[in-house]
Design a protein around this ligand. Sequence first.
Ligand SMILES: [Zn+2]
Length: 451
Amino acid sequence: VTTNDGVSQFHCELAWLGGDRAVENVLVDVADGVITALSPDARATPAATRLPGLTLPGLANAHSHAFHRALRSRTHGGTGSFWTWRDEMYALARVLNPDSYFRLARATFAEMVCAGITCVGEFHYLHHAAGGRPYRNPNAMGEAMIAAASEAGIRITLLDTCYLRGGFGVELNDTQQRFSDGSVEAWQSRVSSLHPTSADPRSLRVGAAVHSVRAVDPRSIEAVAAWADAHDVPLHAHVSEQPVENEQCGAAYGRTPMQVLADHGALTTRFTAVHATHLDPIDIGLLAQHRCTVCICPTTERDLADGIGPTRELRAAGVPISVGSDSHAVIDLFEEVRAVELDERLLTLARGAHRVPDLLSAATVDGHSSLGWHNAGRIAVGAVADLISIRLDSVRLAGTTADSALAAAVYAASPADVHHVVVGGRVVVCDHRHTSLDVTGDLRDSITRVS
Ligand SMILES: [Zn+2]
């Protein structure tokens, strides 16, 4: 129940307030979208919305390409490699326009909300029409993403991505023309003119991205990094997802991708290295030294046969880890965080590199920080009131106790267990249902339209 003055109250049967254990009977007071009081061991008031099961802070999906959702189950049974998959992805990129992409992204973001994701980092590089011709509004595609997020009820950091070449010394191909502004100066002026009117500014951030050291030359990396510095916004880049990138980068510059980014001013506390799969110890040292974050996308990395990133070493070096569903092979951040630990177990034959609260932090507070939301991802006074609740009486989780609730969330929960989602104090998912969109119908229609 939200009154006209923006005040509301939620009563959580169990809530994770940080720490190693869930707390029982937490009353959460909210005003103007922000948590104003927390009372453990409190009775539910008549006005409070009851949140049974375990309540967590809203999850942050730190790396998304919304349009890849239309590839689900169409490319996953294939053969080949990352590079042959990319051809199939490009075929989809060729047919999207601002309207069809808006519908697809709105449905994809709504699926995320239903899965407990309240903030998405959209790594957005599909900017222009065929042949690289700008739309009448050169930010039509980015603004479509922002409007889609707004209608789905999710916070968004639009990571507007610079993409200028097809590879080291390689021209853009036909599809890649749509990604490119032609020069970093043109990228800067387009991004600087992005003034969306469709979204509540409290739900929007704009950040920057370098697609990769493959797609952006060093001088332009420096210019994108300078823009992110000047605007004090997040900067993301795909880094070392594939061994081939490291080999080609070494041949071109005699440096690793991470070293190239460091040499050209990209590594700061606002920087997130996406994938960071094939790193050497010097790369890990650079990330730690500059207090950067990494974003691991395990369900995509396993789908594309990328490899397993060095998360044990990153953790030991103190590098924060966030997670993303990236290509949306599935949209399930519980699966992403559990894979961070379980992949490590397969690789090292040892358990427990990542503790349960650390994995929950990856999906919440560390993901939000990576996207520039420094007052989100925690259930705490002063934080935004983004809450998700997981049933503990589903067939998967029945038998869970207060002591085992956090481990149940990480190791056994699924998006199907998420029953309520609150964003900025507003209920966006109620009893498993999105409050304003027909999510399954919208997914079916928007995917059919582009495939
Ligand atoms: Zn990506």
